[in-house]
Design a protein around this ligand. Sequence first.
Ligand code: S3P
Length: 164
Amino acid sequence: MKTIYLIGFMGCGKSTIGEGIQQKYGKEFVDTDTLIVKTQKQEIKDIFRIEGEKAFREYETKALKEASSYAVVATGGGIIQKEENVRIMKENGVIIYLQTSFKEIVKRLENDELRPLWNKSKTEEMEKLFKEREFLYEDCADYTIITEEQTFEEILKRVRNIQS
Ligand code: S3P
């Protein structure tokens, strides 16, 4: 069975959907950020603060390779910035883009303290990043789910149907 990779901007619901799939359908699920925290024994925000984004991106590619044995993988929002990552996902599975509007993301991440890129930047900078990445997500996705048009249960079903 091919691995399902969930991609999309921070706050689009990749981890929540992945966890839902695990609970509802018993699929093995992992989040690349969780793998990084486990292997590096540091929180993501501390990796960014102490070692910088470049080191984080290297850990992220390693985590993506490790995650290839799982049925469903939630990736970090920046995974698509590296061609190598896109190649790994394409070779090993199916990519689903969870598309969410910037307005909705701002609402969801209002009180977020865990995402260093988000909470250390101005909203305008994040909107610029969102616009730059939108094309990359669209470009590499095999399927796109517009999260605001469907219920949580509908999204779970759609993802499962894509896999089976
Ligand atoms: C990042 C997104 C985060 C995490 C890190 C960097 C990004 O994951 O990997 O803070 O570059 O967009 P989520 O997309 O799960 O928030």
